[in-house]
Design a binder for this molecule. Structure first.
Ligand code: MRU
Length: 362
């Protein structure tokens, strides 16, 4: 009998090039069913992102990179210009699946640049370059998360209580996660953290995904409802909060899963340091402040009936269901990137981080 695979032994996102498929774990079925999906059409890939079968900003970027490469494989073009046009159409289609996480458009722009720089190349050469770029996006995500983990770990000490919201774990990335990277690295080094994990209404990414992956990895994790963060902070059980992000504006305002700004406000009140773990792919220097971030609105049913045996709200009631909120930069103690930790004032420190990245990439 084969032993049950650990959830983190599966790739969150993978390419099956031979079968022209994007391979993902269907995250809407976790933790009880580990269903692996092989997505071959652009519509299936678009829907998987929209329905959160693959979710989390970095994982969406990786999925989009492979997705648009697969689209390119299907293009029948009469000329380079025709190929470019069809490729950009496919890219725009995938980009329309979710609006808030900038990683989606960031990854697609990288893929488009490969095509833009390829005039004069054969179709086979362009496809090979597109595949290499998509693989690089995934490999960089792994390296980035590990580096974020090292910087994050420098902010805490053995035995600390940590709190996280939503899932910025391995299931949201290619490995380690962002907010969970310091937790995993600390666990490997015997830090013995105690992690409080918000369940994260309405889609329960904290309960279904973060609690699952941390527990399955042997970490000490306690699940709490979203309205309990003040209780555990007041008791002094939390030494630091680590969360992920979907878009960081140039001034440090940060969009992340709905409820993050509540945690940040509570942490501020109880003087608990609040850290955003942000790959530079999630920092959007073209968005000046959180005011300009497009917040995804999702169906009312996610609030009124999903997960319940029967509907829990009166028929016809108005529902407001934004998927993300923006945490004001003033509530953020530090933004942990793969190029170091940005501190207030973020307008300057994020600029310095992006300059450091640009220099290292030369
Ligand atoms: O709606 P989701 O599940 O895609 O939201 C995910 C989050 O808010 C994560 O915290 C964020 O994408 C960072 S993942 C490293």
């Amino acid at each position: 009998m084969s032993e049950k695979k650990h959830i983190l032994d599966y790739d969150t996102v993978a390419l099956d090039d031979e079968n022209r498929a994007l391979v993902i774990i269907d995250q809407t079925q976790l933790p009880y069913h580990t269903e692996i999906l092989h997505l071959t059409s652009q519509k299936q890939i678009w829907e998987a992102i929209y329905k959160l079968q693959v979710r989390g900003a970095p994982a969406i970027g990786v999925a989009a990179g492979y997705g648009v490469y697969l689209a390119a494989r299907e293009i029948q073009a009469e000329s380079y210009d025709d190929f470019c046009r069809q490729f950009k159409e496919a890219s725009a289609y995938l980009n329309s699946s979710r609006p808030t996480a900038v990683n989606l458009s960031w990854a697609l722009k990288r893929m488009e640049k490969v095509v833009d720089d390829s005039r004069g190349r054969s179709a086979d050469e362009i496809l090979a370059l597109l595949k290499a770029e998509a693989c690089a996006i995934q490999q960089e995500d792994i390296d980035t998360c590990r580096r974020i983990g090292e910087y994050g770990l420098s902010l805490v000490k053995p035995g600390d209580g940590l709190l996280t919201h939503c899932n910025a774990g391995q299931l949201a990335t290619s490995k380690y996660g962002t907010a969970t990277a310091p937790m995993y690295l600390g666990h490997e080094r015997g830090y013995n953290f105690h992690v409080f994990c918000d369940e994260t209404r309405p889609l329960l990414q904290g309960a279904r995904l973060t609690a699952y992956e941390l527990k399955d990895s042997g970490l000490n994790v306690t699940l709490i409802c979203d309205n309990m963060s003040a209780s555990v902070m007041k008791k002094g059980w939390v030494n630091a909060v680590f969360v992920g992000c979907d878009r960081v504006a140039a001034n440090g305002d940060t969009a992340n899963k709905i409820g993050t700004s509540v945690v940040a406000t509570v942490a501020n009140y109880y003087h608990v340091p609040f850290y955003i773990c942000a790959p530079t792919s999630t920092i959007d220097m073209n968005t000046p402040t959180g005011e300009q971030i497009n917040i995804e609105q999702r169906p009312a049913e996610e609030v009124t009936e999903l997960w319940y045996q029967k509907r829990m709200a009166p028929e016809g009631v108005d529902v407001y269901n934004p998927a993300f909120d923006v945490t004001d930069a003033g509530l953020i103690t530090g933004i942990v990137t793969e190029y170091g930790i940005a501190r207030p004032p973020y307008t300057e420190s994020l600029k310095a981080i992006m300059e450091k990245k640009a220099k290292e990439q030369v």
